[in-house]
Write a protein that binds this ligand. Structure first.
Ligand SMILES: *Cc1c(COP(=O)(O)O)cnc(C)c1O
Length: 375
């Protein structure tokens, strides 16, 4: 607290990311990073950007600003998704893209000045409430059902009851890993034609149905993607949004009122190289889903209740062991997983990122040891 702070800063409660400790031999299954390194083409492209045939040439690239519109990367993304470049927005990680979407598309008021709330699930990505506080948006949560599933009918009912100004949810949801079918998302878009629906597809490549094919027919849909998870590039900071050109225009207006150059030259060429390597992508996604199937079965054999996951993590509860205690015991064995003490409904669960087969084996062995012969 400081008297120099603005009144807004006093009201903020920032997002707390999972820890990134410097512990040797750490098995890090707490922040949903990819267990394998990205396509080697990414580092090659970045090195080439910095090399040039002379030092002057490389220096010249760093001296000048990058392309503020990221035209080449947007053209590639348009190609990958069968859209037009005018339907693509890029930003410094999808967190930044989401932040712009909150401000540009999800912050609405009625004629009398009162806030129209933004709907999102009661159990979801904890950056959403953070952005609401930053931008003065009123949140309205919609409870997941008893099986921790998001029900589209509940979203539709809540949107009508509360005259919602927008809807946002991850698909698959975080931290549950459970997805909503594309046909259900279409039903939501049709029911709420005057409301923007943002679908955060950070984990979609690991096995859920993407809403991207719905963009053509639904001008109220914005789909957000990231290269941090399925392309193994959390360190590069590249995210993007797909939607009708009108929605993309709104994001560009906010971006150009904030930072014209969110992606530097290295991120631009690295992202291009990652998108070009579809072989790496297909293999890496399959390896994660294979590892997930094996880990889910092994956790179930140890007595855990494991939600069916379509993401690169599982969300598991043990009927006889406290989740926070398990997380601490794993940490003592240099294995990090994520535990959320709130909301209460999920305090009995651990969110475990899918690791390499060797990392998953080490996790299962550690859990067997911690749980003991009685389970
Ligand atoms: C990881 C994550 C993001 C953000 O990813 P960036 O690294 O900022 O691109 C967005 N939404 C959800 C649900 C996530 O889990």
């Amino acid at each position: 607290m400081s008297r120099y702070w603005s009144p807004l800063v006093h009201t903020l409660s920032p997002y707390v990311p999972g820890e990134q400790p410097k512990i040797a031999q750490l098995i890090k299954l707490n922040t949903n990073e990819h267990p394998w390194p990205p396509s080697p083409k990414v580092a090659e492209a970045i090195a080439a950007e910095l090399a040039g045939s002379t030092v002057d040439e490389a220096g010249e690239r760093l001296r000048l600003y990058p392309d503020p519109s990221a035209a080449a990367l947007r053209a590639t993304l348009a190609d990958v998704h069968g859209l037009d470049a005018a339907q693509v927005f890029v930003g410094n990680g999808s967190d930044e893209v989401l932040a712009h979407a909150f401000q540009a598309l999800l912050n609405h008021r009625r004629a009398d000045g009162s806030a129209r709330p933004l709907l999102y699930p009661d159990i979801t990505y904890s950056f959403y409430p953070t952005y609401c506080r930053l931008y003065g948006i009123t949140p309205q949560t919609v409870a997941l059902d008893a099986h921790l599933q998001l029900r589209v009918d509940d979203l539709i009912d809540a949107a009508r009851t509360h005259d919602a100004g927008g809807v946002v949810f991850p698909n698959p949801n975080a931290p549950t890993g459970c997805g909503v079918a594309r046909a259900e998302i279409e039903r939501l878009l049709v029911a709420l034609p005057d409301t923007v629906v943002v679908v955060d597809e950070a984990y979609v490549d690991f096995g859920a149905e993407s809403a991207v094919p719905l963009i053509a027919a639904h001008p109220n849909l914005l789909v957000v993607h990231t290269l941090s998870k399925s392309r193994a590039l959390a360190g590069l900071r590249v995210g993007y949004a797909l939607g009708h050109a009108e929605l993309i225009d709104a994001l560009v207006r906010v971006k150009d009122s904030f930072n014209s150059y969110p992606l530097d030259r290295l991120a631009l060429v690295g992202a291009q190289a990652a998108l070009a390597d579809s072989d790496w992508f297909t293999r890496a996604c399959r390896a994660v889903s294979d590892s997930r199937a094996k880990l889910s079965a092994e956790l179930a054999a140890l007595g855990f209740d494991v939600l069916p996951s379509q993401a690169n993590f599982v969300f598991a509860a043990h009927p006889r062991h406290d989740a926070a205690t398990l997380a601490r015991a794993l940490r003592e064995r240099a294995i990090l997983v994520r535990h959320f003490s709130r909301p209460e409904r999920i305090a009995d669960r651990l969110r475990i990122t899918i690791g390499t087969p060797a990392q998953c084996d080490a996790l299962v062995a550690a859990l067997r040891d911690i749980l003991g012969p009685q389970g």
